[in-house]
Write a protein of this length. Structure first.
Ligand code: ZN
Length: 365
């Protein structure tokens, strides 16, 4: 490793360590992480705006003009809960273990360093850093609020863990609750009733076979369907007259959630279907100039070359694409996010920083 890289690596490790130690698995911890980032940036001369919504703090930093040419670096500082030892970072070989190291404090550490670096540029790139505190708990207060404040741009890079691949698509989310009615009877004479649980079972199996669940595209072999909850029956000696179940459907870009609901409704007239939650899918054109620039920068510095893919889970990119702002997920390498042994691969943080620098330098020239 070059001497300069050794120095940079140590700086990134220090920053990441400080971020993990904020224990950002609740609002207080996430606010502490935002405060840490704000103090760091201000000290380096980066302009910072702090906002608060429902007690959650978040920040916007940098000299982005908010036009179609502005690149937004987006990150969440919150992490999911972990065991005590996960908040004490440790290094083993090339890996740094700790809650949030991979999802996505490693990327946030790199973004902080980049913003500090840009201040020293004679020609500051048109870039805006957006850090939010609540992505892991539904993004009800962070990203949409900052967008409402007028912080937008022409391209978004969200540093979610992607192993230096570029996520161009993300599945949409459709949460439905189905209630199935039956007829109760004494448990010793089930033929006199209509068992709602059995009926729900067969309805669910039919839903699984519906055409909407067999659609594919370049990035996904199929949508996904998870039978997430089920409630029914009260006592042994009664035929249950009601059963409800919850479906977590992850549908593909291009699929229409209303049509999916209509398809499901046609399975049975004895079912009441309720829409609980809905997030739109994400789809970005791979020929977009910003996307191409990022792809070429990745090809130059990533050990594994550049690759596009589709993300199964839904991230904050979903708030930007409906506004016509292409938003990709792109972050460093690692594994175990949301698990007990979460780690980030340290050399990939260096690669991540170099890729983003290359991307901005190409953009400036
Ligand atoms: Zn994340």
């Amino acid at each position: 490793m070059l001497k300069r890289d050794v120095h940079l690596m140590q700086e990134l490790i220090n920053t990441l360590t400080e971020l993990i130690k904020c224990r950002a698995s609740n609002r207080e911890g996430a606010n502490a992480a935002i405060d840490y980032c704000a103090a760091r940036l201000k000290k380096s001369g980066v302009s910072v705006n702090i906002h608060e919504n429902a007690g959650y703090r978040m920040l916007k930093a940098g000299r982005g003009k908010g036009t179609g040419k502005t690149v937004i670096l987006h990150g969440h500082v919150d992490v999911i809960p972990g065991e005590e030892m996960q908040f004490i970072p440790r290094i083993e070989g090339e890996r740094l273990y700790g809650r949030g190291s991979y999802d996505m404090l490693g990327a946030v550490a790199v973004m902080l360093h980049l913003m500090e670096r840009f201040v020293q540029y004679r020609q500051h790139p048109d870039v805006l850093l957006m850090l939010v505190p609540d992505e892991e708990v539904g993004s009800n207060f962070g990203t949409p609020f900052l967008i409402e404040q007028g912080y937008t741009g022409g391209f978004v890079i969200s540093g979610e863990p992607t192993n230096l691949d570029i996520s161009l698509q993300a599945k949409g989310v459709l949460h439905l609750e189905a209630e199935v009615k039956g007829v109760s009877a004494h448990g010793s004479r089930p033929w006199l009733g209509e068992n709602a649980i059995e009926k729900a079972m067969s309805i669910y199996l039919s839903i699984k076979e519906l055409p909407f669940n067999r659609v594919s595209n370049d990035y996904f072999p199929a949508p996904s369907l998870n039978l997430a909850t089920i409630n029914g029956g009260k006592v042994f000696n009664q035929v249950p007259d009601s059963c409800s179940f919850g479906l977590d459907i992850r549908y593909l870009p291009g699929q229409n959630p209303e049509e999916i609901i209509e398809e499901i409704k046609r399975v049975s007239e004895d079912m009441n279907l309720k829409r609980v939650q809905y997030f739109s899918p994400v789809s970005v054109d791979r020929q977009h100039p910003f996307v191409q620039a990022l792809f070429h920068a990745v090809a130059k510095f990533s050990r594994d070359g550049a690759r596009f893919f589709g993300q199964d889970g839904s991230g904050d990119t979903r708030f930007f694409t409906p506004l016509g702002i292409p938003a990709v997920e792109f972050g460093p390498c690692g594994a175990g996010h949301h698990g007990k042994e979460e780690f980030v691969v340290l050399p990939s943080l260096l690669e991540y920083e170099k890729i983003l620098l290359q991307f901005f330098n190409d953009y400036l020239s």
